[in-house]
Design a binder for this molecule. Sequence first.
Ligand code: GLN
Length: 491
Amino acid sequence: MDPADLSIADAAERLRAGEVTAVELLAAVQRRASMTEAILHCYLTIDRDGAAAAAEAADAALARGEDLGPLHGIPIAVKDNMVTRGVETTCSSRILSGWVPPYDATAVERLRRGGAVIFGKTNLDEFAMGSSTENSAYGPTRNPWNPDRVPGGSSGGSAATVAVGSAFGALGSDTGGSIRQPAALCGVVGMKPTYGLVSRYGLIAFASSLDQIGPITRTVADAVTLFEVVAGHDPSDATSYRGEFPDPRAESGRGVAGLKIGVVRELSGDGIDPGVLSAFRATLDALAAAGAEVTEVSLPSTEYALSAYYLIAPAECSANLARFDGVRFGLRLPGDSVEQLMSASRRDGFGPEVTRRILLGTYALSAGYYDAFYGQAQKVRTMVIEDFSRAYRDVDVLVTPTSPSTAFGVGEKTADPLSMYLSDICTIPSNLSGDPAISVPVGLDGADLPVGFQILAPALHEAVMFRVAEEVERLVGFSSRPALATSEGAA
Ligand code: GLN
């Protein structure tokens, strides 16, 4: 077996058994990247020198008996909206082209402290705004299962690299579904933690009340591992969780017998493609056969969640992106006055989707409209939170398909932002509520494209979410890989 296809857990075990070295693991992902990058474009930057030095250091440390844990010596990719010291960080935007941050995001620092080898920075929709990775100023990423299709977004580069084996795992960020939806479309596992469990320090902000960093991996066990390494309180993030950290493994291995699983009625029928629904229903049957009590649950306000999100997220983005003014970071165009310099830099620096969001958000926050738009949206957000708490009185977890469709065609939705926005109909509610959610691959549709199954749990109840996720993985036994993930496929 090519080492690039090992899970993190297996690679870590072989590393300790002396069967493989960190330098060899890095060479394996490098080989896979060199076979696939020309087609897929998962990476904006591959840090060859930094990764080589980290892999050598990891081997030397293990030889000295220093073991930094389960990511020690494992090549991991990082979405390019997390700052990395000394390595260009662009958010896929022209406005940050050439910007080399002087510090590491807390999540990145935790990866390094855990011995991980940071292989490179992955492509995304500009400032994480999008569902297809087509809104990148540096060109789209393509889906490893079928390069005529999108990988989803905004963490499309992270999901595609994990699917094809040019990284063992990756970090993504999820504001409205950007970890889970691309994970679903690429046939890998993607998890959004409870808001506040992973520090946002050094994650370039899109919508601060919704943004959360999380893992993308090939197995549920690897997602737990990566999540544990990056999670934890951080005084540099004012919204970081301060209470006792919940043990994500507390319920591992207990199966689903007796668990109450609620199927969200509004998100599991109309508007969901038949190929997605049939894999979703087959998974429900497997869970029921394994002893889970599967019932239907209604979350009436989810109907309004998407609209509320598309006011709250742009409103926060319009404030957050005000800092990119051509003066402090990145692109600067000349102007006769500071005002001209700023407006020229912003006009040229931001792409059309980001510009649309800034305009929408500024409008929604402006005097006279604030109550009608932003204020209303916040009320809907409260209703969504109340719907969830009501539902969790009766069930342990909620489930939905992750995305209403499998991977759509490159260019298919770019002209119609609304149809693009609908990609996140199933993922957005848990961003509004701040609850954890995970997508697990459960099959292929008629076009041989992967389908994701989403499991949602109450805030801080990652343990039960992972427990169901690992059972879904075991019961369904999804083990297909894209043809590009084999040397023959890529050759
Ligand atoms: N697709 C959604 C959007 O465009 C979500 C993006 C995200 O989660 N970063 O806003």
